[in-house]
Write a protein that binds this ligand. Structure first.
Ligand code: NOJ
Length: 754
């Protein structure tokens, strides 16, 4: 009688009588654990970067060294089927227990096909689109043998000086949470795991975006309320979406480095949120506990990080060097060590690597899956939807495809490496369509296009400026591509001056003198401070860094094949001195109004942003009805229906991103002037109207009281529905009763730090 024919009762009797250890031996993970030496276990908790294993040094007790790949559990940076297979072979053939490696890579916004940088993609306000881009990124990366991405980056950022704003979804936790969940789903894939499923990592936990002064790696020091209300929700959303790993950040939070933050790593993530995945340090971050000033020796860094909850050490080698002794002398528990190793082995098991360690490294699949026409089509769609129209005087845009003589100017117009942004490791810039190429592709044959760089973001030097002025005077249209190079944002690339760098403002001065119609196409990785001369252009298009299909998508929008629909996910300041500036600020006792005297304002610069969160124009126009509410008074357990009618009042079809904000008018603690609580993208033909409905419930009404207990308080609320965060289109309602919560779901982080 085999298992399939054995009656159920008998089968359970047999199972019950088997010794536990026999059951454990059927589980390859437990089986392996039982066979592993202490050093082999610790090897699974060490991750090397490929440069370290093959060509370059790793930091080992502060000294650069090299080490064989057979001693580690995962490798960062191998990105081809051939390289991953070779490394895997070394481990499978050269180690006692033949435990396969995990290959990790920063697949942030695409792999070979590059999608818009995350800040750009956030401008599309389209979680489904984000999910589709992550899916394609995973399909391409996994074919090259990559199992694990260090994405999504879900750091909220309200300081555009910080170079890494380009990697995240901007300033808002609601939009950020929606995108975090979508990206996790995209990387993992839906349904049963297959060879295109990738482990996803939410990073950088937590408050990395609150780096003081916007200076990368700097300390963060913020209130528990801000931590819970602003910085934690996207991580909670990622955990709820099934994220496989979380990366503690480089920063400290109020004196405690994140890589040794027991309360947040073990207390909050593991115990309260029930996160069972991997905790992987950032690059050398365990070792950095030394310079941060809480570890006297490398052994202390290993002890502090491991005991706080960091499973895997990336790059530096304190674990490999010191955990053996720390375990032997009882400063690190064997049980905790086994738990961490078990998490690593289970991740490998989930990916099927114990069945076939090479299943992801497939050169044929790699060739067939990368940069396919379908992937490029998605890159173009994503790029089109990420573009934000900031200004369009006298409806200069869309342009005719026969615009007369065109001058294209600015070095970024032909800079392929700028199209892919600062973090697109496996991309080849030459696969990208530059803005110049995109314009050439789109303009009618025979159109006279002159391209002159004129100026670049990295030099004050003006190139052939007399010629530029002459051609400009002789042109019917000027398209200036201005902004930042890819290297001017991203990790370790914070800026204190957010103006257009290099000679670009001088170039712009020359162009403006001609009085010719001028369109500025911005390429940049952060909100910029756009000085008065930029404001004098007739049209302004924010295109961020749009990826492989940059030029085609820019041309699609400039010439009206696509009507722009993006909205800013981050506030644009007028002046760097306004930072931090964000829409969900507090009212204060002296809100700015009138002439601003003795109010919370500045005497030299308006307090308002240049472009607010949620802002973006279209080639058509939309009108909104007043919000209609299902109740004007309701119990905290009831759901409020909110409905508006949106009408396309212009002559072109277009998408509109309808945004809902909520204000708690009076509460026991001060609340933001408004918080985003819903958004919906709708398509409307000219003249068409559509009603858009939202529902709000206790998760939206709730707050954390002064003791950080979640509750709904009775009282009045204002709901705003409109095209951006400044809308005054509003209605009022009242919640009639108080209610103590835990809240089902995840809208408010209900965690309590201990
Ligand atoms: C450092 C970065 O902070 C992190 O985001 C990245 O995942 C790692 N390096 C690995 O490349």
């Amino acid at each position: 009688m085999d298992g399939a024919t054995m009656p159920l009762r008998l089968a359970s009797l047999v199972l019950a009588s088997l010794p536990l250890v026999a059951l454990a031996q059927n589980d390859p993970v437990e089986d392996l654990l039982a066979k592993m030496s202490l050093e082999e276990k610790i090897g699974q908790l060490s991750q090397l970067s490929i440069q370290n294993t093959l060509t370059g040094p790793v930091i080992d007790q502060g000294e650069p060294t090299q080490m064989p790949v057979t001693l580690v559990g995962s490798v960062l940076g191998a990105s081809s089927a051939q390289a991953t297979r070779q490394l895997q072979e070394q481990v499978i053939n050269g180690s006692r227990l033949r435990i396969p490696l995990l290959f990790a890579y920063d697949v942030v916004h695409g792999f070979r096909t590059v999608f818009p940088v995350p800040l750009a993609l956030a401008s599309a306000w389209d979680p489904d689109l984000a999910q589709r881009t992550a899916r394609v990124a995973a399909i391409e990366a996994t074919a090259s043998g990559v199992h694990w991405t260090f994405a999504p980056m879900v750091d909220i950022s309200r300081d555009p000086r910080w170079g890494r704003v380009v990697e995240g979804a901007g300033e808002d936790p609601f939009l950020g949470s929606a995108l975090a969940a979508a990206l996790v789903h995209g990387f993992k894939g839906s349904g049963a795991p297959d060879i295109s499923s990738m482990l996803a990592t939410a990073k950088h936990f937590v408050a990395y975006g609150a780096a003081e002064g916007g200076r990368d790696y700097n300390v963060a020091d913020l209130s528990e309320r801000t931590l819970r209300e602003v910085y934690l929700p996207p991580f909670q959303a990622a955990v709820a979406a099934g994220v496989d790993a979380i990366m503690p950040a480089f920063n400290e939070l109020a004196g405690v480095p994140m890589n040794s933050h027991t309360a947040l790593l073990t207390g909050l993530l593991r115990k309260q949120w029930g996160f069972a995945g991997l905790l992987v340090s950032d690059f050398n971050a365990v070792w950095e506990l030394g310079p941060q000033g809480i570890a006297a020796t490398p052994a202390d860094t290993a002890r502090l990080a491991f005991n706080a909850g960091v499973d895997i050490e990336m790059a530096s080698q304190s674990y490999r060097q010191h955990l053996p002794t720390l375990v032997r002398n009882g400063q690190v528990s064997r049980k905790n060590l086994d738990d961490a190793v078990r998490r690593v082995l289970k991740a490998k098991q989930r990916l099927g690597l114990f069945d076939d360690p090479y299943r992801y490294s497939d050169e044929a699949r790699e060739r067939a899956s990368q940069l396919t026409p379908q992937h490029r089509a998605l890159a173009r769609e994503a790029a089109q939807k990420s573009i934000v129209l900031l200004k369009n005087n006298d409806a200069l845009l869309p342009l005719s495809k026969q615009p007369g003589k065109v001058l294209v100017v600015g070095s970024l117009a032909s800079d392929a490496s700028a199209t892919i942004g600062p973090w697109a490791g496996a991309a080849h810039p030459e696969d990208s369509v530059t803005v110049l190429q995109g314009l050439r592709n789109a303009l009618a044959p025979g159109t006279q296009i002159t391209y002159l760089p004129g100026a670049s973001p990295i030099s004050q030097h003006l190139q052939d400026i007399t010629l530029v002025e002459k051609v400009a005077r002789d042109s019917d249209l000027i398209i200036a591509v201005l902004g930042e190079t890819a290297e001017q944002s991203g990790e370790s690339h914070s800026r204190a001056d957010l103006g257009l760098p290099g000679g670009q403002i001088a170039l712009l001065g020359s162009l403006l003198k001609t009085g010719k119609p001028l369109v500025i196409v911005l390429m940049n990785g952060r909100p910029l401070v756009l000085d008065a001369s930029v404001q004098q252009a007739h049209a302004l298009l924010e295109t961020w860094f749009l990826g492989s299909e940059t030029g085609n998508a820019v041309a699609d929008v400039l010439f009206g094949d696509v009507n722009p629909s993006g909205k800013l996910p981050m506030t644009f300041p007028r002046h760097v001195g306004q930072i931090p500036i964000y829409y969900a600020h507090k009212n204060t006792g002296r809100p700015p109004s009138g002439d601003g005297s003795y109010a919370s304002a500045y005497i030299d610069v308006p307090w308002t942003p240049l472009y607010p969160f949620g802002f973006g124009l279209s080639y058509t126009s939309f009108s909104y009805s007043s919000p209609r509410l299902s109740h004007t008074r309701l119990a905290s357990t009831q759901t409020l229906g909110v409905e508006v009618t949106v009408t396309n009042t212009g002559k072109r079809a277009g998408d509109e991103i309808v945004q809902l904000y909520l204000r708690d008018d009076v509460a026991s603690v001060t609340r933001p002037v408004r918080r985003l609580r819903g958004f919906r993208k709708i398509y409307l033909a000219p003249g068409e109207s559509r009603s858009v409905s939202f529902s709000l419930d206790q998760r939206d009404f709730a707050l954390l009281d002064e003791h950080f207990s979640p509750k709904v308080e009775a009282g009045s609320f204002t709901v705003f529905v409109g095209p951006d965060s400044t809308t005054t289109n509003q209605a009022h309602f009242e919640v009639s009763d108080k209610r103590q919560l835990p809240i089902p779901g995840q809208s408010v982080p209900v965690a309590v730090l201990d």
